[in-house]
Design a protein. Sequence first.
Length: 275
Amino acid sequence: MDLVLEAADQHLLTPYVYPTDWPEGEPCRQLLSLFVITNLGALTLYLLFGTLSYYFIFDHELQKHPQFLENQVRREITYALRSLPWISVPTVVLFFAEVRGYSKLYDNIEDSPYGWLGVFLSMLSFLFFTDMCIYWIHRGLHHRLFYKRFHKPHHLWKIATPFASHAFHPIDGFMQSLPYHIYPFLFPLHKITYLGLYIFVNVWTISIHDGDYRVPRLLQHIINGSAHHTDHHLYFDYNYGQYFTLWDKIGGSYKSPTAFEGKGPHDYLRKLREK
């Protein structure tokens, strides 16, 4: 995040926003800048990719499903926009720690002990580490002590749209994003790679809510795609994973998607039309 902050300082904040006598490295200024940058970035990713997915990928026929709520799209967006600023508050604290040099993020490929191979391996490590952590956090949020207060709002959307992707209670949203932020404090990671992965995980979160169940046949029971996550919203106790089905299979919570068996939401709508 220090790369983004430096660019913002150089091209916008220092020349046009802050007083000239307020140093760029001053902690309060950095916290304020990070709060604004984090919120603008989150809003941009959510609204840009959510809108593209909604208009070009999401099947609008799903809005005819009996479990699709009245004014659902507007409600999803409203809930997300209200939650994102609160989710950003603890997120900014972690970004601030990164900027102050407490993480294991590095600038140059040469700083990786294995060069480009190390960068590639760190990407795989990031995906598997965060997938494991999110599985257990997500499953924990389904416990009766936490579900009603924190996670139930996200399950209002039985037939989700891409805009449901970030429509979380703030504590729920932050807890499920926490593995992304703690990874670079535990493991070395290239800074630009981290930014790319941060964008990727936001896009992926949108994609598993887009109602497009197409996955290469060989990967259908390996990749946790939209079909798996749709069944999670519909049947509650299954498919907690983020990218892969590995931890659901280990934890006994894997469910073969109904969409792959001719029993999904699209099949239900088809049967309604035939009647």
